[in-house]
Write a protein that binds this ligand. Structure first.
Ligand code: SF4
Length: 491
């Protein structure tokens, strides 16, 4: 039988499967989404989307999605305890949730409402996290970001002053190091990386640092399967080779006053001997750390061949400044991950690739407006109680999280559960969306115990999860990748 093109209409949308927020198009056939592709006019993904984008229709129509609100009928809560849910209507569910929330307002204790956001989108970030918590008067609105991405932003934050993800000029790069990331399969810019693979292999050298033989590793010329958690040692050794062999980017970094390289293994350098251009503290870093990190020393620490470390450093040095050291979550999502993130990302500075052709760049901001301000609707109760102390301890001097270099300013998500365990009666109503902390947090059992104590918990999720088992009301939600035109506001 002759084939004819499928009948339907491509409709523009946005994917929120990751923070790339790709422009996509969805193929609509008789009101049903059947296929997804990158927006054909997009300069960001060149008309492609990644496997997560392609899976939007499957996720959307997954038979296991929660399709209507559910109410718990078993007051017992805990791992393995059947909630004995019954389906209820949206009106019933929203009335129950609103009544529970209003009980707190009527008792003059709105701070006992906890909202915990997981993946961000319009509903979760702008409305629930921002507007609702403010209007209601609870300071206890939190994100789960400390469980995932914060350290990845801290590395460029403390070295480059960019507390953010980065974008990369892949089309002009002569050498890319995928470090603790596999952007052929996940992380950011996935369609861009996949579509540019041929060019990247033709024009330059691909290097992967990952304990796992990832897709990126399989496509790379060099694979450094280091021991997990030794990324900092490897980065120091690469810096050591770049400096001792005179391979740093002199235009960006600067040079010795007399142009003679004094970076000699194990020997300190006088700060006044070096004149820096766009970096700050290179000699201090050398004296305090890099001078001792020979490839031999790092090779033992990372269980890598020192010759491979040397070879990779030289490849990077030769390609500089058109190089990318793509620092990913594998580098830093571990204890003391900020330090690893800093030293790995700092290689971009030594190589002069920051904001350079074929290098790393600030991410492009969405040219859109935010929601209008709701400030005029914030009443006295909300104003007074909304400024109270957050239960994760934010603002305390011993609080380790320092978003944008301000001590005590970042979230420590697990502290929320710790507080709930120490003060089991404090939180009376908890609402959470797109989260699964018993699964995602370190020592997730603390969350199971904390959630068991919450008298009223609302979980807003597309699929039931470990966390959902503790819910009193389950509200079906969109799933993150396909929240309608979700990426229309700045975050
Ligand atoms: S998951 Fe990320 S990279 Fe993949 S299509 Fe969606 S926004 Fe783009």
């Amino acid at each position: 039988m002759p084939c004819s093109p499928a009948q339907g209409r491509w409709i523009g949308s946005a994917c929120q499967g990751c923070t790339q927020y790709c422009a996509i198009e969805v193929f609509n056939q008789n009101g049903r989404a059947t296929r997804v592709r990158g927006n054909q006019h997009s300069q960001g993904n060149h008309g492609f989307c990644c496997p997560r984008g392609h899976l939007i229709p499957q996720e959307n129509y997954d038979p296991d999605r929660i399709k209507q609100p559910l109410k718990r009928t078993n007051p017992q809560k805990g791992r393995g305890i059947d909630p004995k849910w019954i389906p209820i209507t949206w009106d019933e569910a929203l009335d129950i949730v609103a009544d529970k929330m209003m009980e707190l307002r009527n008792a003059g204790e709105p701070e006992r409402l906890l909202y915990l956001k997981g993946r961000y989108g319009n509903t979760s970030h702008a409305l629930l996290y921002g507007t609702v918590a403010k209007l209601f008067g609870s300071p206890n609105n939190f994100s789960t970001s400390a469980l995932c991405a914060e350290t990845e932003k801290m590395g460029p934050g403390y070295t480059q002053g960019l507390f953010s993800y980065r974008d990369y000029d892949l089309g002009n790069s002569k050498c890319v190091v995928f470090w603790g990331t596999d952007p052929f399969a996940s992380n950011r810019q996935v369609p861009n990386v996949i579509s540019r693979l041929g060019t990247l292999q033709k024009n330059g050298t691909l290097i992967t640092v990952d304990p796992r033989l990832s897709t990126a590793a399989a496509k790379s010329k060099e694979w450094l399967p280091l021991l997990p958690g030794t990324d900092g040692a490897l980065a120091n050794a690469i810096a050591h080779v770049l400096l001792t062999e005179g391979l740093w980017n002199k235009e960006f970094v600067g040079d010795f006053v007399d142009s003679k390289n004094q970076f000699i293994a194990g020997k300190t350098v006088k700060p006044e001997a070096f004149k820096e251009n766009n970096t700050l503290g290179l000699v201090t870093y050398w004296n305090e750390e890099a001078k001792d990190w020979t490839p031999e020393k790092a090779g033992k620490e990372c269980r890598l061949d020192p010759e491979q470390i040397r070879r990779v450093a030289r490849t990077l040095g030769k390609a500089a400044p058109n190089v990318i050291v793509w620092m990913g979550p594998g580098v830093c999502m571990n204890p003391r991950g900020t330090y690893s993130a800093m030293v790995v990302h700092a290689l971009n500075g030594i190589l002069g690739s920051v904001d350079n052709v074929g290098g790393t760049h600030d991410p492009v901001k969405a040219l859109t407006d935010k929601y209008p301000s709701m400030d005029k609707y914030v009443d006295e109760l909300a104003k007074t109680h909304g400024k109270g102390k957050k239960i994760d301890g934010r603002g305390d001097k011993d609080m380790p999280a320092a978003m944008k270099a301000k001590l005590g300013s970042g979230v420590v998500t697990n502290n929320i559960a710790n507080y709930m365990l120490e003060h089991p009666d404090f939180i009376k109503v908890m609402i959470s969306s797109w989260t699964n902390t018993p699964f995602a947090a370190s020592d997730g059992k603390r969350w199971e115990k904390a959630l068991s104590n919450v008298p009223f918990f609302v979980h807003m999720v597309p699929f039931p999860s470990e966390m959902t088992q503790f819910a009193d009301i389950v509200l079906p939600s969109t799933f993150n990748a396909a929240e309608g035109m979700g990426a229309v506001t700045g975050f």
